[in-house]
Design a protein around this ligand. Structure first.
Ligand code: ASP
Length: 442
């Protein structure tokens, strides 16, 4: 029988009532057998996530040598959850041991990981499932990257013979043997690793939204939900700021062609968004799948006559930027011109000035100009390459909204067109693109 891996995020673990609802979700489908959980998140908007409280514990420990005070709200949250669930489980002594271990261990990663650890213990009790400590099955290499083969093997061994198994997300074992966490939001990655290890038919990622929206609902109210998209489209949209899933979480499952389904714990009947391997993705007739963007980029524009015939020109420019340790996001170019699009934050300090001077002396350009406060907007969709006139529609819509385009980059994948506009035109431009490709569809 095929199996599904379900990852429940922080808001899905926020209190006992929601965890009780999760139990019903899991038990309603016999294929849902392997569960990965985050630490309890916010219950209301100005609540504090358990992981943030734990980072506070670590800070207090460093200054006071103890974290009794900072740990108290953490303990209270978990006690309340166990009481709400009516579990016959001695959470008091587990909490006491955990606090002692935090004080003895004194590592930030260990402290932060305890939210997921306790959350998974409670979930395992709730389901009558096997608890598998991520420290025993998820391994990192010396360089900090995931040791995937070793982890897949250990996870698949650990679930043998178990009807249900629960894993804490967010951490594993570093090369030095100590607990090591992923970056924030990393339980999504843990879920993908477990899905890959057990060769799941589906990786369900349960969160508090019903999937990806075609564009930011803070800009377009009532934005359409994306029913399905490919991994490649997801990559483009999440790079540009559509944040539902941790961006690294697609890699383990993508290689094994396992689809991801984003689901809403609070609206379990909604179908959510299905993320499919490109090979299984069928164009649903939509030209554009989604629109996403980010503000605050800087463009360095360089012009030099006969640039195209000067061998090594681009290399010399890129070497200057590399020397400052600055990543480049896009390089649109013409015959005698090229632009470097860089996130403005990466140029803080006097890096921008050093790069400009470095380029001037490396290639002696005719013109070098800096354009700041640029927003990039990506219009993404596999359908764009096969339908004639998509770029004309896009540019007409932007022009009709009276927005000046400062840069265009169409990746060779023909999966997206990126435009650069002033930060102040960002919202207006997204609204115009949405109206062109989505409102006209109905
Ligand atoms: N609890 C961790 C965080 O807040 C990891 C996660 O939720 O995925 O970042």
């Amino acid at each position: 029988m095929s199996v599904k891996v379900c990852k429940f995020g922080g808001t899905s673990m926020a209190d006992g009532n929601i965890i009780a609802a999760i139990k019903n979700i899991i038990k309603s489908d016999p294929e849902r057998r392997f569960i990965v959980v985050s630490a309890p998140g916010k219950r209301y908007s100005d609540d504090v996530k358990i992981t943030d409280l734990l980072y506070e514990c670590h800070k207090q420990l460093l200054t006071n040598g103890s974290c009794v005070e900072a740990f108290a709200p953490v303990a209270r949250r978990f006690r309340d959850i166990v009481a709400q669930l009516g579990l016959d489980f001695d959470i008091g002594s587990v909490l006491e041991r955990t606090r002692r271990e935090i004080e003895e261990n004194a590592s930030e990663d260990f402290t932060a990981s305890r939210g997921e650890y306790l959350s998974a213990l409670i979930m395992a009790q709730t389901l009558g499932a096997r608890f598998v400590d991520a420290h025993d099955v998820i391994f990192f290499k010396e360089d900090g990257s995931l040791d995937s083969d070793k982890s897949y093997k250990a996870v698949s061994e650990a679930v043998k013979g178990a009807e249900y198994a629960v894993f804490p997300g967010f951490y594993g074992r570093g090369a030095d043997g100590n607990v090591k966490t992923f970056s924030r939001g990393g339980s999504d990655i843990s879920g993908a690793i477990v899905a890959r290890a057990v060769n799941a038919s589906l990786y369900e990622n349960w969160t508090d939204v019903s999937g990806f929206l075609a564009c930011d609902p803070r800009i377009v109210e009532g934005s359409e939900r994306i029913k399905s998209l490919s991994y490649k489209e997801l990559r483009e949209l999440s790079y540009m700021g559509a944040n539902v899933l941790h961006s690294e979480s697609i890699f383990p499952v993508r290689k094994a062609n396992i689809p991801i389904n984003i689901r809403n714990t609070f609206r379990p009947d909604d179908e959510g968004t299905l993320i499919l391997p490109t090979s299984r993705y069928i164009l649903a007739g939509n030209t554009v799948t989604g629109i996403a963007g980010r503000k605050n980029f800087t463009v360095i524009f360089i012009e030099k006559s006969l640039m195209n015939s000067e061998i090594g020109f681009i290399r010399k420019v890129l070497t200057v930027v590399e020397g400052e340790g600055v990543p480049i996001e896009h390089i649109p170019s013409g015959i005698d011109t090229m632009s470097l699009v860089i996130e403005s934050d990466a140029l803080a300090g006097n890096k921008l000035e050093r790069i400009i001077n470095g380029i001037k002396s490396a290639v002696e350009p005719d013109v070098i100009r800096v354009i700041e406060d640029i927003a990039l907007i990506a219009t993404v969709g596999h359908g764009m390459s096969s339908s004639v006139g998509t770029s004309a529609r896009l540019f007409n819509a932007i022009a009709a909204a009276d927005v000046n385009i400062k840069m265009i980059d169409q990746g060779s994948s023909e999966l997206n067109i990126v435009v650069g506009v002033s930060n102040e035109d960002y919202e207006r431009c997204i609204k115009a693109i949405y109206a062109e490709f989505f409102k006209k569809r109905v």
